[in-house]
Design a protein around this ligand. Structure first.
Ligand code: MG
Length: 166
C-alpha cells in the first residue's frame, strides 16, 4: 500500500471513509478470496489484498466510494430532504441508484465484474452481512454496494491477470 504522502487528497479520503464506516481492506480481500477460491489453485489472501488495493487506486473508484458514503452519512445526519431521506434510511428495494453508483466501480475491470457483483450481492458473505444488519439511525444503503463492487472489480482484475499469466 502507498503511504500517505504519495496519495492525493481524494484517494486518502476514499480510504479513510471506508475505514470510518468499519470496512478494512482485509474485509474486502476476504470477499475476493470467497469469489475466486474455486478458480485459482494456491490463491493467497495477499494476492486478493493487493488487487483490492490496486482497485482503490483508481480515480473512478475513489469518486464512487466518496459519493456513496457521503450520501449515507448525510442521511444519518438527516441532512437530506424528503422523500429521498426516508428512501435512503429505509434502503428501499426499488431505489437502485446505489447499484448504479456501484456499477461505475464494477466497470473498471471489464464485464466479468458484473457477474461477480451480482453473485456477491445475493450471497452477502463476510463483511457484507454485517453491513446489511439493520440498526436504528445507521444508513449503509450505498456502502454495501460499494464494498461488493470493489470486491467484484478486484476479482476481475485478479482473474484477468491470472489468465494473462497462463
Ligand atoms: Mg444498497
Amino acid at each position: 500500500m502507498k503511504d500517505g504522502k504519495t496519495m492525493d487528497a481524494i484517494e486518502k479520503r476514499a480510504r479513510e471513509l471506508l475505514s470510518e464506516r468499519g470496512v478494512t481492506l482485509h474485509d474486502i480481500a476476504d470477499l475476493v478470496y470467497y469469489l475466486q477460491k474455486n478458480y485459482h489453485k494456491n490463491l493467497k489472501i495477499e494476492d486478493c489484498y493487493e488487487n483490492v488495493d490496486r482497485v482503490l487506486s483508481k480515480r473512478e473508484v475513489q469518486n464512487a466510494v466518496i459519493t456513496g458514503i457521503e450520501l449515507d452519512k448525510l442521511a444519518e445526519k438527516k441532512q437530506i430532504e424528503e422523500p429521498l431521506l426516508s428512501t435512503l434510511l429505509n434502503d428501499e428495494g426499488l431505489y437502485g441508484v446505489d447499484e448504479i453508483v456501484a456499477l461505475s466501480i464494477v466497470n473498471v475491470y471489464g464485464s466479468i465484474g458484473f457477474t461477480n457483483y451480482g453473485y456477491i450481492d445475493k450471497q452477502k458473505p463476510g463483511i457484507l452481512s454485517k453491513i446489511n444488519e439493520k440498526h436504528p439511525g445507521v444508513c449503509n444503503t450505498f456502502l454495501d454496494d460499494i464494498v461488493g463492487a470493489i470486491a467484484a472489480a478486484a476479482s476481475s482484475r485478479l482473474a484477468h491477470r491470472a489468465a494473462n499469466a497462463e
